[in-house]
Design a protein around this ligand. Structure first.
Ligand SMILES: Cc1ncc(COP(=O)(O)O)c(C=O)c1O
Length: 234
C-alpha cells in the first residue's frame, strides 16, 4: 500500500495555489489542475485549516481515488455527502465536544485491511466489531458529544447551523475587511467560517488591542502560538 507523499504533492501543484499570508498554508483553487499520482491508496486532505484561515468550500472532485479527510475543525458546520469519502475523521475538540474522543466514519469496504502491526485501538475492524468499545471508552466525553448532537438537532440540524455560521462569519469578515484597522489576507473564496483569523493593519497596536478586548470580555484572542500576530475569535 503506498501513501501519497503530501509534501511532494503540494510542491508539484505549486502553480495553482493560494497562499494564506497569515501562515503560508496552501489551498488549491482548481482540483482539475491537480497533478495527482493515481497509484496511491488514498488521497488525504484537511477540509479546513484553522490557523491559516483557509477552507475547502466543496469536496475536491477526484475520480477513482479514495478520499480521506480530516474534518476536525469544520465537521457539522455544513452538510457533507459522506458517500463521497472513504474515511472522515474528526477530533471532537473543535466542534463536537471536549478533547479526548475522535469520530471516525469509515466506508464499509475499507474495513478489515489493517496492517498486522496496527495497534488495536486504530484497527477499524476490531473497533467496528466491538461497537467502538474495544477498550473502555471515554464515557463522559461520549455522553457530552451526544448532548452536542442533540443540541444541533434542536437547532434545526446542520443546515440551520450552516446558515448561522455564515451569518456570523459574514458579519465578522465585513468588519475585518472595512478599511483601515484590521486585515485578513486570505482570498475571500477560500476563507474559513469556523474560526476567523485576522491581523491588525498596524501591528504595533496589537498589545493595546488585546488589552482593550480583554477589558470588554473578549479573551484569548491571541493567534495560535505558531502564528504569533494573528488573532482568532470564534
Ligand atoms: C483540521 C485540524 N486537525 C487537527 C487539528 C489539531 O487539533 P489539536 O491541536 O486540538 O490536536 C487542528 C487544529 O486546529 C485542525 O484544525
Amino acid at each position: 500500500m503506498t501513501d501519497i507523499n503530501a509534501y511532494d504533492f503540494l510542491l508539484q501543484a505549486a502553480s495553482q495555489y493560494y497562499i494564506s499570508a497569515l501562515l503560508r498554508y496552501i489551498i488549491y483553487k482548481n482540483t482539475s489542475d491537480w497533478n495527482i499520482d493515481l497509484d496511491v491508496a488514498y488521497l488525504h486532505y484537511t477540509a479546513n485549516e484553522t490557523i491559516g484561515g483557509v477552507e475547502f468550500q466543496s469536496v475536491p472532485e477526484v475520480e477513482n481515488l479514495t478520499l480521506v479527510a480530516d474534518m476536525s475543525s469544520n465537521i457539522l458546520s455544513r452538510p457533507v455527502d459522506v458517500s463521497q469519502f472513504g474515511v472522515i475523521y474528526a477530533g471532537a475538540q473543535k466542534n463536537l465536544g471536549p478533547a479526548g474522543i475522535t469520530i471516525v466514519i469509515v466506508r464499509e469496504d475499507l474495513i478489515g485491511h489493517a496492517h498486522p502491526f496496527t495497534p488495536s485501538i486504530l484497527n477499524y475492524k476490531l473497533q467496528a466489531d466491538n461497537g467502538s468499545m474495544l477498550n473502555t471508552p471515554p464515557a463522559y466525553n461520549w455522553y457530552l458529544l451526544g448532548l452536542v448532537l442533540e443540541w444541533i438537532k434542536e437547532q434545526g440540524g446542520i443546515s440551520a447551523i450552516e446558515a448561522r455560521n455564515s451569518r456570523k462569519a459574514d458579519k465578522l469578515y465585513a468588519a475585518i475587511d472595512a478599511p483601515t484597522f484590521y486585515s485578513n489576507p486570505v482570498d475571500p473564496s477560500v476563507r474559513l467560517r469556523m474560526n476567523v483569523p485576522f491581523l491588525l493593519a498596524k501591528t504595533e497596536l496589537e498589545k493595546d488591542f488585546l488589552a482593550q478586548a480583554k477589558w470588554h470580555g473578549l479573551v484569548n484572542l491571541e493567534g495560535h502560538r505558531s502564528v504569533g500576530t494573528a488573532c482568532q475569535p470564534l
